[in-house]
Design a protein around this ligand. Structure first.
Ligand SMILES: Nc1ncnc2c1ncn2[C@@H]1O[C@H](COP(=O)(O)OP(=O)(O)OP(=O)(O)O)[C@@H](O)[C@H]1O
Length: 330
């Protein structure tokens, strides 16, 4: 089956000369939820804007439902709903009127039953006659989603849907996205929140510096890339990692009461047996052992850092990177 969205060798160079995307290839399958994860400035919004026909494509080709977004803009755009990052909305309009109007803009016949169901699903039905300016920020965001879905698009793009919203609204959005999937709508969202991607996405694309580093099923990604950690609780605390165990790259934690060993569970030899033997030989007594799996966040940070190091070897100073990451992922 052809992909609902096909992005082939797409490049974007802005008038400033900045190349925001470098020959990106991406296929989005009908009915899936794809999360695009990436730090600030990675190119996520640029990619969405080009797919929605808002920003021109420097080179390459994007089709939606088989329609070329540049040459056959109207047909492609009709298949797309877009919830932009910024609140762009007619504040003096009534909720229901703005949604009806948007449906009309796409040439769809009125369908009051659909609009009622849509507003009800977004908890907006009670507010249908309110002027948008009277609504809270979270409610305004729901109106943007209602507008994006007014013409029953097959693909919904959500650019940072839950940036700055409270926990309840975030959960509601996740539920709504799940329901949309139930209807067969394809959903593409960009996010900084890794837990968001972890909670709702079927596939995850990681984008950094205008390049897609990978696109993979969430479960596969976590299985393939996830490293494991063995934490060894010690009967007596250590002041330093013993020299004879230096080759294991151990880290001392909990004020010397734990040794932490990171290993690749897919490797033929994890090194655990010899490490434990080494500890015994060094006279170190163990009181307990526990293992933990990398989270998606660990995987993501690891991937992005590795690529940044490759792109800018001089910027590989771990302290500078940690400070930068803390800024990006507070
Ligand atoms: N209109 C524009 N003109 C020039 N440069 C732009 C323009 N829009 C975006 N950029 C630059 O392109 C790069 C990618 O920006 P983009 O907004 O696509 O990133 P993003 O991944 O969506 O970031 P964020 O998470 O901060 O929204 C950035 O370096 C940005 O400064």
């Amino acid at each position: 089956m052809p992909s609902i969205v096909s992005i082939e060798q797409v490049r974007k160079t802005y008038a400033t000369g900045l190349t925001a995307l470098h020959a990106v290839d991406l296929r989005i399958e009908e009915g899936e939820i794809l999360a695009l994860l990436g730090p600030n400035g990675a190119g996520k919004t640029t990619l969405i804007s080009m797919t929605c026909g808002i920003s021109s494509i420097t080179s390459g080709r994007i089709t939606v439902g088989g329609h070329d977004v540049a040459r056959d803009f109207r047909a492609a755009r009709r298949m797309i709903g877009l919830v932009p990052q910024e609140l762009t909305i007619e504040i003096f309009e009534k909720v229901i009127d703005t949604v009806r109007f948007t449906r009309g803009l796409f040439g769809m016949p009125p369908d009051e039953d659909y609009i009622r169901r849509l507003l009800t699903r977004l908890s907006l039905w009670e507010k249908r006659d309110a002027r948008i300016r009277e609504l809270s920020g979270g409610m305004k965001r729901r109106v943007l989603i209602a507008k994006a879905l007014a013409h029953q698009p097959r693909v919904l793009f959500l650019d940072e849907p839950t940036a700055g919203v409270d926990v309840d609204l975030r959960r509601d959005m996740w539920e709504m996205i799940d329901e949309l999937r139930g209807d067969g709508t394809t959903v593409v969202l960009t996010t900084h929140y890794i837990e968001e991607a972890e909670a709702i996405a079927d596939r995850i694309g990681v984008i950094n510096r205008g390049r897609i580093l990978l696109v993979e099923e969430k479960e596969t990604l976590m299985r393939r890339m996830g490293r494991k950690q063995l934490t060894i609780e010690l009967a007596e605390p250590l002041g330093a990692v013993p020299a004879e165990l230096a080759s294991y790259n151990l880290e001392l934690g909990d004020e010397g009461r734990e040794l932490v060993y990171a290993y690749d569970k897919a490797a033929e030899r994890t090194g655990i047996a010899s490490l434990l033997a080494g500890l015994t030989a060094a006279g170190i007594r163990i009181s307990d052992l526990r293992t933990a799996q990398d989270t998606l966040e660990d995987i993501f940070v690891h991937l992005v850092r590795a690529e940044d190091r490759e792109a800018e070897p001089e910027a590989a100073d771990p302290e500078a990177r940690a400070a930068e990451q803390a800024e990006v992922y507070p």
